[in-house]
Design a protein around this ligand. Sequence first.
Ligand code: PLP
Length: 404
Amino acid sequence: MTESYQPPVAEFPLLQQNPQLIYLDSAATCQVPAAVLNSFQHYFTSTHANVHRGSHRLGRAATDLLENARGIAAAFIKAPADDVAFASSTTAALNGLAQQLPVSWREGDEILLTDAEHHANILPWQRLAKQHRLVLRFIPVDPVSGGLGDWQQLINERTRLISVTLASNITGAIFPVAAVCALARQRDIPVIVDAAQAVGHTELDVTALDCDALVFSGHKAYGLPGVAVLYMNARWWRRMEPFVVGGGVVRQVTRHDAELVDSIQRFEAGTPNTAAISATVTALEWLQQQRAMGLTGYLQELRQQLVDGLQQRPWLQVLPAGANHTPVVSFYCPQVHAYDLAVWLDEQQVAVRAGHHCAQLLLQSWDLTAVVRVSLAAYTTAAQVQQVLQYLDEAWQMLGPTAE
Ligand SMILES: Cc1ncc(COP(=O)(O)O)c(C=O)c1O
């Protein structure tokens, strides 16, 4: 075990108040450290005012805070701050992109996704495809390695857009999105990266990736729900209509038209949730500090212990869990339904998720309907991993075919 890293459990008020809880659902949403909660509260007791409007000093302080947060979020993904907008969620950003992309769609144009996409990166494209008679193509996912199948073959002269997740929310597999971007760039095909599952576990670098857009939700990285960071390449956003329009983004309005500001803030009409944004960038800074202290290596070792333990239990089928994965592991038991296992674990105060995890395509392609997902985070301990394996043994005894 990485000696240097100590899981900072004491920094998580919810976990302190529920010492028996074993929270293994961090891929759905992370628990929030006290530093982030303090930042949220501090905003309301020190800086709360509307942004980009006030001529008073509190309004200017709130605006400065928001713009400082933009700089921190941008640095976190190595993007220019001018190309980073705050959105309310990954889902909202992907919907907005799908409706406003500066692409003149023609019938039969193709959008390339993977079978591993979260529904948030499928439904907006389905809607767009119906509007313009587009064709959606899906890169298959290998059931043994969990990696992408032959994606190069699926890029052709009709491909007008690629939108892919950087990591599967079911297996944790990290996909070769840099290679996808490189080939797409050669062919002048824009790429959108859904980094919701990657943000908590891999360094993000939009400059190295050379993608056209990248988005993640703050709550997947110890931040607050209601905040997403959306990077858009300037080539794109300067030609794109904002997803919503209204106050705060306007230069001049006449009865029948409006001239909008020409900065990235044009994508943030209305009053932003500055408190949650500011708390979320505190979370990103917190995460960077944890990484510097060895978090990534620690979680990889913990994940390996979990995978080894699961694989030693022949009555469990573990979905692909190779080397290049985030600490998210899914499995099922052919004789005991995933929900029954999850309910059993819940009775032991273990929070895991069972079901299709909003990624039905992946499970369908593997002929599965529900799996149990265990996802690890900074506050997970080795003892908790062993405890869960023991509870699974008890579940097998109580619920398996030889149970009385
Ligand atoms: C890969 C992926 N994309 C998108 C989303 C949607 O994120 P949100 O619900 O924050 O919009 C999730 C959430 O689980 C996800 O795992």
